[in-house]
Design a protein around this ligand. Structure first.
Ligand SMILES: [Zn+2]
Length: 461
């Protein structure tokens, strides 16, 4: 029996690992690698595992860095099923369709340029047809239900509290009369976040594969977050400026709407309009509405009292391109929540283009900004930012709130890990190298054996 670490190892995107028992190979995640264009292209097209040799595939949650290369897996001969919770399956369908659309459009643009230079056209990495075939392979499993991921590999999902449908998976590998239990955190959420239940305790495992996105950092408390959000929006509105919040469409946007809704209801904010400008966020919000089985007690009670959790009177969801473009000429104070969260594409780029030059505005980052992204460069104090091939001076204020994070911080992660019974060792993945190393060192101080694998490393269990 063994585990192999193929993606999001000493880095944060392209999650991909393999568990092997009794000759069955099971793929954990099939994420899209995100980074510099050429390298991303190369890594995503060349899968590090042979899809035809896999007996099963399990998906912890729908985020594209965990699910986004599934269509490529199927396109390259994976014949089995993809186990996931119902929330994950629904969100993944929406996210993968969006991803294919972006890829196809990207390739079209590239091919126009190539044609002018007499170069042959490129094929998109995957298409809508590949996505449809992939979504047919989903096999929905409820939380706590035991299922067979492949012969010799049983599994169970537990709440991860990260995004809708997210799960910590506990595997039971059997081979020659021996049983080894392996836990996989996927992405682990923070306790006490809105809408979803907190990360669950899991039963005993021998090994745990854990994420470490914030393995070297501590987040601000949830109480602080509302206060700071109030401050930032209040001050910007007083200047007559707009607050642009680049946010992931799935999870982050719904949490921000939840907090804004509370603040407005409590009368703590000036009555400025709020626009959620992302078709994907609108689709994701609908899926959130469709899955009350994932809500925590507070959210269930709020809904029972007739409160709206996903909207309020000042909030407008803008779906069409025209509505989105109309925001460019909206000159009054407002809040615009738009994707992508790391400013690597999507409608938020248009809003940034129209907002970064004015010192009255605020760009508010509420999520992790990976290396080499536009978001990271803005956070690191760039004086100019390049958007659609043109430089723009950055005069708007740049603020950051990491309390919205959908990821547990170092202490939340290690407290959760400490509660896992029977642990022999922890494998630390899904973090930039220094974050993973820091979490491993922190666990070692807690007398928990931890190892940060190398990309491609295999460990016998
Ligand atoms: Zn995630």
């Amino acid at each position: 029996m063994k585990v192999e670490f193929h993606g999001a190892v000493r880095s944060v995107t392209g999650s991909m690992h393999v568990l092997e028992a009794a000759g069955s190979r099971v793929l954990l995640e099939c994420g899209l690698y995100q980074g510099k264009r050429k390298e991303a292209e190369r890594r995503n097209r060349n899968l590090p595992v042979d899809p035809t040799k896999l007996a099963g595939c399990v998906l912890s949650h729908a985020h594209i860095d965990h699910s986004g290369n599934l269509p490529n897996l199927v396109r390259n001969g994976y014949a089995g099923r993809i186990h996931a919770t119902s929330g994950t399956a629904d969100l993944a369908k929406a996210l993968l369709r969006d991803s294919a659309y972006l890829h196809e459009r990207d390739i079209e643009y590239l091919n126009e340029k190539r044609a002018k230079q007499g170069e042959p056209p490129l094929e998109p990495m995957y298409t809508q047809a590949d996505v449809e075939e992939t979504t047919r392979r989903f096999e929905v499993v409820g939380y706590q239900e035991r299922f067979e991921a492949a012969p010799g590999v049983r599994a169970r999902f537990f709440d991860a509290g990260h995004i809708l449908g997210s799960a910590v998976t506990v595997y039971e590998l059997e081979e020659a009369g021996r049983t080894v239990r392996v836990g996989f955190t996927g992405d682990l959420g923070r306790p006490a976040q809105p809408i979803l239940r907190d990360p669950a305790h899991i039963p005993a495992v021998d090994y745990l594969i854990t994420e470490s996105t914030y393995g070297n950092r501590l987040h601000e408390g949830v109480a602080n977050m509302k206060e700071r959000l109030r401050e930032i929006i209040g001050q910007t509105a007083a200047r007559g400026g707009r607050v642009v919040i680049p946010a992931f469409s799935v999870g982050r946007t719904q949490n921000i709407v939840y907090f804004l809704s509370e603040l407005f209801h409590e009368g703590d904010l000036p009555r400025v309009p709020v626009f959620v400008d992302s078709p994907l966020a609108i689709d994701a919000t609908k899926i959130y509405r469709d899955h009350p089985e994932c809500y925590d007690q507070e959210t269930k009670e709020a809904i029972a009292r007739g409160e709206s959790v996903f909207g309020f009177d000042l909030l407008r969801y803008t779906r069409s391109k025209d509505e989105s473009m109309a925001l460019n000429s909206f000159k009054e104070a407002c809040v615009i929540v738009s994707a992508s969260g790391m400013c690597e594409g999507g409608r938020v780029l248009h809003h940034l283009k129209h907002s970064v030059g004015d010192a009255d505005n605020t760009i508010l980052f509420v999520g992790f900004q990976a290396a080499d992204t536009l978001g990271r460069r803005m956070l690191e104090g760039a004086r100019t930012v390049r958007i659609y091939g043109k430089d723009h001076p950055l005069r708007a204020r740049v603020e950051k709130m990491n309390g919205f994070s959908a990821h547990a911080d170092r202490d939340e992660l290690s407290a959760w890990i400490k509660n896992v019974p029977g642990l022999k060792a922890v494998f630390v993945v899904h973090g930039e190298e220094d974050a993973s190393m820091a979490l491993a060192a922190h666990l070692a101080r807690m007398k928990i054996k931890a190892h940060v694998p190398m990309p491609g490393e295999a460990v016998e269990l």
